[in-house]
Design a protein around this ligand. Structure first.
Ligand code: TNX
Length: 472
């Protein structure tokens, strides 16, 4: 701190200093202007975000609203992130988020120094990515008979049809827009469960000897479908085609192949699946699931990419280079880290933003455990079982997940995501003390005095501290 303050003059002077960490920066504001030194371009970009914070809420508008320059305090800030993976998952499968909404979320993420957008592109309730080789995936799989999925208490039904998908050019635009903000987009193609929309488009992908897959439609209610992929050579070739096109659009290192919640009943009943288990010398259906995952781990590794999947991919044996997104709690992540796998911690008990944030009946999306802003601020990505051990560094980051069974509009997504994403972002970026010693009152003061005004300037329909509004 140098003391004093003055008007912002001109553009910041920018420099790269490779001695700083790639995402680290030093920001200096003084009488002769602003300078930002980044360890890399990303560091400079995050430094610019901090400069915006100093400028006040108007810096978050898309166009200036007053002529005079903001007054800045003279200071020096040295800063670097705690984690390299600071993620947000958007479930664009349960409810489609139009492209402009995704671009807007990339702006919101950048303002919060988050750097991984995990796009959940496929699920039972919808397939959202154009695949040229297999056009029915979007011709059929992107549309369903109703909007509301009957989630919540009372259930929310909406009988209007619902759908939408991104063309490959839309996704290239999203990827480029993200890259300009130092954000990587991780695509998720969920296999072998959560695949009913794909089976509705191409019935031969399902277990046709057990169910009449030709009469399946894209799932119209929430929950996990029993209709999972058949373990055939055709299925493998089909998804190789899909992933070939996905790799062409998404240049990032990681590709998420799901692997969560795959009911095994159809495989138990299917003579074809049982024959596959015998032919491959597998013990059971859990190993059949990991046979799928290992196949795509090899396939991705050969192409210079890395597989990440939900923690169920640990069951039946995990492919060597695979990374694990630990969602059912910390246990999967702990086991994976100890076994030498990289881990992204996103336990549903703490950072599922679809879960309610207060327990009144007037919450617009009355689902899940109550997780308040304070709870999220006290979330710790590295559990005590790993902290201080050689395995702690395997936790490469953390991610908040926004599932959208019950969030069918931008307003509802905003309401669930904010303000909690601000608390999450601070946990992911800052080197905070252990949860019990974190100063939530200070965080809340900063929210009240500065951050809600920034969210207002960005047009975010966050949950106000006073509680839900009737139209949300
Ligand atoms: C579990 S997280 C799921 C999602 C749901 C979510 C709802 C995960 C890998 N599976 O399919 O949308 O719970 O909170």
């Amino acid at each position: 701190m140098t003391g004093g303050s003055g008007p912002l003059k001109g553009e910041p002077r920018v420099e790269i200093d490779p001695a700083l960490p790639p995402e680290g920066y030093r920001l200096t504001v003084g009488p002769d202007g602003v300078s930002i030194t980044g360890g890399g371009e990303a560091g400079v970009f995050w430094g610019r975000q901090t400069l915006r914070q100093l400028q006040g809420p108007d810096a978050y508008r898309r166009a200036p609203v007053r002529p005079e320059p903001p007054t800045l305090p003279y200071l020096t800030i040295e800063d670097e992130p705690r984690f390299g993976w600071r993620g947000l998952l958007l479930d664009v499968a349960r409810h489609f988020m139009p492209k402009d909404g995704v671009l807007r979320y990339l702006d919101l993420m950048a303002a919060h120094k988050l750097n991984v957008l995990h796009l959940h592109l496929t699920d039972d309730q919808g397939w959202r990515v154009e695949i040229k080789r297999w056009p029915r995936l979007t011709e059929v799989g992107a549309w369903r008979r109703r909007t509301g999925l009957g989630w919540g208490d009372p259930p929310i039904w909406d009988e209007r049809p619902h759908g939408g998908f991104y063309t490959q050019d839309d996704l290239r635009e999203i990827v480029a827009y993200a890259a300009a903000r130092h954000i990587t987009v991780v695509p998720e193609i969920d296999i072998p469960g959560h695949s009913q929309a794909a089976i509705a488009a191409y019935p031969e992908l399902g277990n046709a000897d057990v169910v009449d897959t030709a009469s399946l439609e894209v799932k119209t209610d929430w929950g996990v479908s029993p209709n999972v992929l058949a373990p055939t050579d055709h299925t493998l070739r089909f998804y190789e085609d899909v992933l070939t096109e996905v790799l062409d659009v998404f240049p990032g290192r990681f590709v998420h192949i799901g692997g969560d919640e795959c009911p095994k009943d159809q495989w138990r009943a299917s003579a074809a699946a049982q024959a596959r288990i015998r032919a491959e010398g597998l013990r059971d259906e859990a190993e059949l699931q990991s046979w799928f995952i290992r196949h795509f781990d090899r396939w991705l590794t050969e192409r210079g990419r890395r597989l990440i999947g939900w923690d169920e991919i640990l069951e039946g044996g995990l492919a060597d280079g695979a990374a694990v997104a630990s969602w059912r709690g910390y246990a999967g992540g702990i086991a994976a880290a100890r076994a030498g796998h990289d881990v992204v911690m996103c336990p549903m008990q703490h950072v599922y933003l679809d879960h309610r944030q207060a327990d009144g009946d007037d919450e617009p999306v009355p689902f899940g455990w109550v997780r308040t802003l304070r709870d999220v601020y006290r979330f710790e990505p590295v559990p005590p079982e790993l902290a201080g051990t050689e395995h702690a560094a395997r936790v490469i980051g953390t991610q908040a997940n926004m599932w959208t069974e019950a969030a069918d509009s931008q307003q509802r997504v905003d309401y669930q995501v904010f303000p909690r994403l601000a608390a999450f972002a601070e946990v992911a970026w800052s080197h905070l003390p252990p949860p019990d010693e974190r100063d939530f009152d200070d965080f809340q003061r900063r929210m009240d005095q500065a951050h809600y005004a920034r969210l207002d300037a960005m047009g975010v329909a966050y949950r106000p501290p006073s509680g839900p509004l009737p139209w949300q």
